[in-house]
Design a protein around this ligand. Structure first.
Ligand code: 5AD
Ligand code: SF4
Length: 482
């Protein structure tokens, strides 16, 4: 097992191995040498900070970066003034990019005070050539830039950065490689994300993900199940299976396997109490999956099913490959099979050419489905996607008005739906102490809703039966039932 390897026994005087992940462990050992000399000179260990700016996939990638840094000997910094700070970026919407440029200015301030500080940038935004060009030109104080395809090479790139004063840039356009068995530093001891696939082949016309995350690649079921078994042995009780489109998992493997079958096998793993997954594409959600969900006490009562638009015409323009009616039928089918399931969604308003009638179709679906919650987004034009070149981009004031109307409706329905659960006794996985009041703990229901209730640190990571005593709109107050 590589991730238990002792870096001290690796010979760093010879040539680096060609095969992975051995090569990365060689570079980790090299960086460890650097850390030791830092400690000798400064009397303390170098501090790191990994800032996650994106989705659950990015969060998992950030845990991998932290794992490598910890393995090397870095210790976690309290803020962003560490000796190595890295932003794991997102680029789904344009404002995510703007935020990064803003925050880089702030990091530069720290670097002026600590000239040894190294600044890294990685993640989806770095896959855009325009971004890298701009960074090279105007943000020369950045030390390291890499993308989504070579994140496994982080130790090697870091070794490079520690040896040179010039900017190290390594962004790949594509990869078919999946490197396993690198160290991971989990944010939570009791729950973890598990990648089951990378990339996306759907090419929704507004979305940049297929361009920055590359073609769909599934991990081998054997590797996934091994990883989950190890997590369970390590005390993890909840896992979230991660992929841009989990319903098409396994289709391109040498021995194809469906997501439903994988889920069936995951739920046989002892110690795992709760299984979540993200994200499902409505076009690929199979009857087989509904059946597995229905019969499994471990699969959480939550389905995130992005709608994007309720207008069949816009859905076609978006290349979503389902109609309004098909979406509604699917929701009915899921609810008929799994009565207590919570359904959440993503909706975009202001897609090019969206008329008031199209928008009212979206509102109609929202009212008919009554989502338990919905993430609502204003359409953001992403250069390189087909939608960016579509005519009839919608004026800002029209979009804003639609967005406000949608949000109001979504929130009203969500709070009514939450109210329906009030008074019930339900299992809650305790995630931590309440941030405002330490006499309370905070946890989640199977359907992902948040509950606060009196409790202590010893409850963290356990599942408690809790009566929901008060519904506060989007969350509950509760009381443990012994
Ligand atoms: N503009 C606005 N929202 C977008 N999303 C993806 N691309 C865009 C875009 N260009 C939203 C979708 C997706 C979620 C992760 O982000 O709703 O489901
Ligand atoms: Fe983007 Fe569509 Fe792929 Fe989701 S399924 S990542 S929205 S292209």
């Amino acid at each position: 097992m590589y991730n238990k390897i002792d870096l001290e026994i690796i010979n760093i005087n010879g040539e680096p191995p060609k095969e992975e992940p051995a090569r990365q462990y060689y570079y980790m050992a090299k960086c460890r040498q650097w850390v030791k000399s830092f400690e000798q000179k400064k009397g303390c260990l170098p501090r790191y900070c990994v800032v996650n700016m994106g989705c659950q996939m990015n969060a998992r990638d950030s845990e991998k970066l932290s794992g490598i840094l910890e393995n090397i000997g870095y210790v976690k910094a309290d803020g962003e003034d560490g000796d190595f700070v890295i932003y794991n970026t997102c680029t789904v919407r344009e404002n995510a990019n703007n935020k990064v440029y803003g925050r880089l200015g702030y990091l530069h301030g720290f670097k002026k005070k600590n000239p040894h500080m190294k600044i890294g940038l990685c993640g989806c935004m770095m896959q855009e050539p325009e971004v890298v060009k701009k960074l090279k030109k105007s943000y020369s104080f950045v030390d390291l830039i890499f993308g989504t395809h070579n994140i496994y090479k982080f130790a090697e790139l870091l070794a490079d950065v520690l040896e040179t004063d010039s900017m190290v840039v390594d962004v790949w356009e594509e990869t078919d490689k999946i490197v396993e068995e690198l160290p991971v530093e989990r944010k939570y001891s009791f729950k973890s994300g598990v990648n089951i696939m990378f990339g996306c082949d759907n090419f929704c016309s507004y979305c940049i993900v297929p361009y920055v995350r590359g073609r769909e690649r599934s991990r081998n079921p054997k590797d996934i199940l091994e990883e989950i078994k190890k997590l369970a042995e390590d005390g993890v009780v909840e896992i979230m299976l991660l992929g841009q489109n989990v319903n098409s998992y396994g289709k391109n493997l040498e021995e194809p396997i469906s997501f439903a079958r994988l889920l069936g096998e995951v739920q046989n793993i002892q110690g795992i109490e709760r299984i979540r997954f993200m994200t499902s594409h409505p076009k690929d959600l199979s009857d087989e999956l509904i059946e597995v969900m229905k019969n499994s006490p471990k699969v959480c009562r939550h389905l995130h099913l992005p709608l994007q638009s309720g207008s069949t015409r816009i859905l076609k323009e978006m290349n979503r490959r389902y109609t309004k009616e098909q979406y509604l039928e699917l929701v009915d089918k899921v609810r008929d099979a799994i009565e207590d399931i919570s359904i959440t969604t993503d909706i975009i308003v202001g897609f090019p050419g969206e008329t008031e009638e199209d928008f009212l179709e979206t509102m109609d679906v929202v009212r008919r489905v009554r989502f338990d919650s919905a993430f609502t987004f204003i359409y953001s034009k992403r250069t390189g996607t087909p939608a960016a070149n579509m005519e009839d981009q919608i004026p800002e004031d029209v979009v804003k008005d639609r967005f406000d109307r949608l949000l109001k409706e979504v929130q009203q329905i969500a709070s009514e739906k939450a109210m329906e659960q009030n008074g019930k006794i339900l299992p809650v996985l305790v995630e931590g102490l309440n941030e405002q009041d330490e006499s309370l703990v905070t946890g989640r229901l199977s359907n992902n809703s948040v509950v606060h209730f009196p409790g202590g640190e010893d409850m963290i990571g356990t599942i408690q039966n809790v009566r929901l005593t008060e519904c506060k709109g989007f969350y509950y107050m509760g009381k443990v039932i012994s």
